[in-house]
Design a protein around this ligand. Sequence first.
Ligand SMILES: Nc1ncnc2c1ncn2[C@@H]1O[C@H](COP(=O)(O)OP(=O)(O)OP(=O)(O)O)[C@@H](O)[C@H]1O
Length: 314
Amino acid sequence: MTILEVKNLTKEFKDQKAVQGISFELYSGEILGLLGPNGAGKSTTINMLSMMMHGDDGEIYFHGKRVGNHKNLYKRQLGIVPQDIAIYEEITAEANVMFFASLYGLKGPELIQSVHRALDFVGLLDKKTRKPKTFSGGMKRRLNIACAIAHEPEILIMDEPTVGIDPQSRKHILQSIKQLKEQGTSVIYTTHYMEEVEEVATRVVIMDHGKVIANGTKEALKEELEEEKLYEIVVDQELGLLGDEWYEIEGVKQVDMEGTCIRIATVKGIENLDKIISFLIDKGVRIQNITSLSQSLEMVFLKLTGRRLRDEGE
Ligand SMILES: Nc1ncnc2c1ncn2[C@@H]1O[C@H](COP(=O)(O)OP(=O)(O)OP(=O)(O)O)[C@@H](O)[C@H]1O
């Protein structure tokens, strides 16, 4: 069942087309990975979805109804974990969650119960009387999640919730998201970490330069690659443009060069690595490294854009 439908959402800043008419759906009880490199337009999309920013064009439908006419109803069903942690450092963890939950109309015993349930869910109930200023980055992030889920929203929108946190908190957060899904929450999970999408998402929307460049289940996206394998070869000096010469090697389908890194997509059943190597040696370069990339969403992204999602080591 479709819970959210985004149609032709558009946002332009002064001289930057941040989001250029994107459309996608969020289905009930799924984790949708919104994936893209820095600057792809993910945060702008999230900000429009969460009503924190007006779009220039496009519509959002919640349970089939335009949210423009039912803003409050829609907002009540949203939980938002923004990219920058938004909590009060000087009041207790419990008071933080209480503040956000009360904004959604929770009161009295129901409020206390919901706050404790949310704190327990993120593993911070035993720290409820502590102030976040004494927390690690990961704990603050978990508290931010508790603030977003105490009112039990139907949709949880998370903008890069694991950036800059310790591995233990990261694991905890990914686990909690899966658990929320099991409980029926629909999640939009924004990230530029491919491995997180591989781990938690059921479906993926890939954005680049403000546009949706792929949309489907992880399996469907990877299936497109079934007939191919990809080599990444690092050489000691940049090769000039070789044009069609590459395609004289049997099986070679696509070649992208980024500095001294060459990525070659080739037909699976054809063994041509020796020919590729001889070809490069004939061009007078030395091979420094060869990797055979396995089928992954990273490969899907590479194939679609000719670039890696993020730089090595980032
Ligand atoms: N308030 C703004 N004013 C002007 N340009 C902006 C503004 N916000 C975003 N942009 C530009 O719009 C483009 C998309 O930015 P956005 O933050 O949505 O991307 P992103 O995919 O979320 O990237 P990141 O992972 O870095 O957050 C970028 O080129 C950015 O510089």
